[in-house]
Design a protein around this ligand. Sequence first.
Ligand SMILES: C[S@@+](CC[C@H](N)C(=O)[O-])C[C@H]1O[C@@H](n2cnc3c(N)ncnc32)[C@H](O)[C@@H]1O
Length: 237
Amino acid sequence: MGATYVANRGTFQAGYAEACFDRLAKGLAPRRILDVGCGTGDFVDALSRRLKCEVVGVDTSADMIAQAKRFPHRFEVKDLSEGPLDESFDLATSFMALHWPSRESRVRLLSNVTADVMVAGFHGAGSCEEGVRAVRKASGLDIEALPTMFHRDSKDVWLDDFRNAGWNDVDIQEREIRTVFSSENECARRLLAAWPPILAPYFQDQEPILLEAAAILMKDDAAAMTSRVLEVIATKK
Ligand SMILES: C[S@@+](CC[C@H](N)C(=O)[O-])C[C@H]1O[C@@H](n2cnc3c(N)ncnc32)[C@H](O)[C@@H]1O
């Protein structure tokens, strides 16, 4: 799964993470950063080069962390919802990860982030509806009911969750990013960056074929994906 993500991350996450960080981190000069849900580590490496500071990446997936270790930074398989790291950071970052844990465990995760400031971007309510519709049709599954599905919650839900986790100054902006795909292949690559962990338990290695079928359905449905992303900057005093 990590290798599939490395191959397809460029379809959305790569550019998005950089642009989101640019928008949210103006004026911050962190010395130590914790990247939560670092995946294959590309953004940890980009941040560390750009800010010339130490960046530590954590992720719950051993497969993702194995891929991340091709970069010369510290990476750990760690589920912050089960407890904090025993060290503190000036800044925590998180890109396209916080929508994965359940609501209950994300509040524990957020309260275990040992940083003064957090900047994050993740999918909000209604995000990627075109992809959800196509995968639902191609798979015949009730996608929203799958325990492996990511959570698409509103800004108000997230405001409550950050506050309940002890973040007292929380700003959340909604941003719509519409991508129009010029080919089925481009569309399938975007689906391959996100959907394998959701579908793997139900299709045993057949998920690339299913996602190619979903990409064909998307082509008949405007060949576009509308991400409704929530961008957060929060401080913990
Ligand atoms: C779409 S990837 C994003 C990876 C990376 N931030 C990037 O921008 O390329 C989402 C990542 O969130 C991780 N993840 C899911 N649940 C998590 C949790 N509870 N704590 C930390 N990471 C988690 C997944 O393993 C996956 O690597």
